[in-house]
Write a protein that binds this ligand. Sequence first.
Ligand code: MN3
Length: 214
Amino acid sequence: MNFSKEANQGSYPFLLPDLPYNKVDLKPYYSEETLDYHHGLHHKAYVDNLNNLLASNNNLHGKSLEEIIEISSVDSSMASIFNNAAQIWNHSFFWHSMAKNGGGKPSGKLLQKIEEDFGGFEKFVEAFKAAGLGQFGSGWVFLVIDGGKLKIVKTANAEVPITMGQVPIITSDVWEHAYYIDYRNRRAEYLSVFLSNLVNWNFAERNFLAHVSL
Ligand code: MN3
């Protein structure tokens, strides 16, 4: 998937990738303060933790982030490595899932496929919000391709759809740290604004077309 190159994730030691926009670009929907904490502290902590966990794990040096996620996802003794690696992947994917002047509707083949698989764009919007709101506790809501169909999946904690054979198209972070500074406990409002004003449909279209043209 070309997302790895875009996020420039490399291998051990992993670096905190830059945001794909300036920290003021998502205002007033997603504040600079939230990005300072969420990217500069939360995402960075996952990178530091993973590097510390891998320091004595020579056999994982040189592996890509996706390879580390795959290997650790099936070995319960590697749960800490999985959690931190998957959270790095999820956050990098999430930053790209938002854009300045985002929101609205996708176009072309992706819009057509959303209408086909959800029975209309508005039905997709409602289903995405309901899944994000219905995730009890921390987690993520994703639009994915699964077996040729677009689906909405919610994952708990660090879980990431790439370990389930699904192709992520877009995601929203529903951990409280993702929205508490700007929206307090109003997760529904955050999800609604995410879809109206933040979601990066250009990124979603690239992910969708890269997959369907294979
Ligand atoms: Mn987060």
